[in-house]
Design a protein around this ligand. Structure first.
Ligand code: SF4
Length: 199
């Protein structure tokens, strides 16, 4: 399914304030994921970040804490940010395609992703990062509508509106496939270089 055309998206009706948006999302029941979630995971980080990471959806640890990327995959992402990019995690912004945990960590359905996507697009508009990093195939596909496998598209410098988009592997995938960390490291070096260029 194609992503929503930015100029016609329902996010046009959402508030132009990140905290007000958080309040709305924290009470959202627009899709069935509301029935099984414990906490809505809105996203966190520097509200003026130059760099935004976008994952697929919350897992068990995130659902329990209401914070994105705090489980094992999140700890790996934090190390990637702090050790390779050499910036504090708090300096970037981290969010997901869906804000509520899909049961048993299944992939969000197209309906769930499409229903939730306006929140993310509004977050992107408000934080206004210069660089987006799509973590994994689901994130990349929902942002772009492109079904190219993540193994083929990772590490490319793409565009998303007037922003740079770099797809890379999801940290959960890297935990299951440690041999892919080398490629992820290369992607991070590209992101670091791009970050220097836009800063
Ligand atoms: S996943 Fe998104 S659309 Fe669905 S209930 Fe949660 S916040 Fe609302």
């Amino acid at each position: 399914m194609d992503p929503l055309p930015l100029e016609k998206s329902p996010q046009a009706d959402l508030p132009n304030d990140l905290e007000a948006l958080r309040q709305i999302v924290s009470q959202c029941h627009l899709c069935d994921l509301a029935k099984t979630r414990n906490r809505v995971v809105f996203g966190e980080g520097n509200p003026k970040a130059q760099l935004m990471f976008i994952g697929e959806g919350p897992g068990a640890s995130e659902d329990a804490t209401g914070r994105p990327f705090v489980g094992r995959a999140g700890q790996l992402l934090t190390r990637m940010i702090e050790n390779v990019l050499q910036i504090p995690r708090e300096q970037v912004y981290i969010a997901n395609i869906v804000k509520c945990r899909p049961p048993n960590n299944r992939v969000p359905t197209p309906q769930e992703a499409q229903t939730c996507l306006p929140y993310l697009l509004k977050q992107i508009e408000l934080v206004d990062p210069k660089i987006l990093v799509a973590l994994g195939a689901t994130s990349y596909r929902w942002l772009t509508g492109d079904k190219t496998p993540i193994s083929k598209i990772r590490g490319h410098k793409l565009t998303f509106g007037n922003r740079i988009l770099v797809p890379t592997f999801h940290p959960s995938y890297l935990l299951r496939n440690p041999s892919k960390k080398r490629e992820a490291y290369q992607d991070l070096l590209l992101i670091k270089e791009l970050l220097c260029e836009v800063s």
